[in-house]
Design a protein around this ligand. Sequence first.
Ligand code: G2I
Length: 455
Amino acid sequence: MISPSSGTLRSSWSRARRALVVATAGLLAAAGLIALPNTADAATTLGASAAERGRYFGTAVAANRLGEAAYASTLNTEFNSVTAENEMKWDATERTRNSFTFGAADQIVNHARSRGMRVRGHTLVWHSQLPSWVGGLNANDLRAAMNNHINQVMGRYRGQIDSWDVVNEAFQDGNSGARRSSPFQDRLGNGYIEEAFRTARAADPNAKLCYNDYNTDGVNAKSNAVYNMVRDFRARGVPIDCVGFQSHFNSASPVPSDFQANLQRFADLGVEVQITELDIAGSGTAQANSYSRVVNACLAVSRCTGITVWGVTDKYSWRASDTPLLFDGNYNKKPAYTAVLNALNASGGGGGAAGCTLTYTETQRWGDRFNGQVTVTAGSAPISGWTATVTVHSPQRVSTTWHGSPTWDSSGTVLTMRPNGNGALSAGGSTSFGFTVMANGNWTAPTLGSCVATA
Ligand code: G2I
């Protein structure tokens, strides 16, 4: 029960705190130290701010950096999605035919999922980081090896990956719009991409299946070729759910002026678009402005569901000398970071859209079960109600819930929770609901889904 008196206390405290925050921010803004977003109660991390806009904000991570305290704390605080930078690639997972190694990939997946972050899978079929044995196979063998690789790697993480880059970088650079030469292309022909997507759908029906590429960010011959392929797949029912735009930018290849229009034309084919490997060479205001443009383009396209930057800190970037990321080598926030946060927190064209976010904590554990608590926090506007989804992982079962009104999907694993007297939240205000999960041997933390607010 939430008593009226504690509600009053909390809201007057949060009003006082908000007044202090706004006053302090106002002083800093007046001194020119920060740019104020045009909302009163902006979230303060990339992940939370993106979530208020119905999107994720992710980063590529390297398993061998997770032990570095500042790396892990920046990751854990700021991001709500991860991509393995190298650990799920073919040369990492199947260096020798049909002998699979998942240690480093497991580390990343476990790190992310135990903290409620989502995971993008990268990547199954790619000409690079491909062990040489693959190139030595004849067509029949190669087809079998490709499908086996997809089945084994996707099978390992079945139900745990939000989106998979099924095929990566299959088109040539330049104006030809042609396919890139690779063992797959050269031996299996054009049909290999379609075959990979069909195999992937069966291997993990819950994962969104993406085609991912670079230099496809604006309208050009290469992006036209990808567009035509995706349109054809959609028309023929070949399973594809998303297109990834890597978005590696520098002065020779800046954010294109038609970036948003290009995202939109793909979205209009009915697929999600995701910015999957964002990094922008440079520093200071110029770099910050480019980052803002990318974030604003994604926010303007309703099917643009998330942004991933290609690393946590400049010092471990694949092109460190370009200082292309949001945190410098000492994990200080760069102007680019502030620009991204402000763009995410700006209320956008509609102004003041109601939103809410979810956070998860395990509150108690016994030998056979644990209690979970989900906190629902309103965004920059008050809300009158919310709908939150939470997925537990079979064979887990939820035995009881409290402080909410639950409904279940047919599998019994997807909980949709609505308020039970705790729907109305002030801007920035929060409430919680809870549940007991019978682990049945699986101690994976539940995955948080969407939070949909009623204004
Ligand atoms: O090249 C940038 C990205 C382009 N799109 C696909 C991405 O998968 C690709 O990521 C980069 C990683 O960021 C690098 O970390 O892919 C490179 C390889 O194609 C990765 O570099 C490799 C080095 O080449 C290896 O020498 C090294 O052992 O990283 C490996 C692990 O640190």
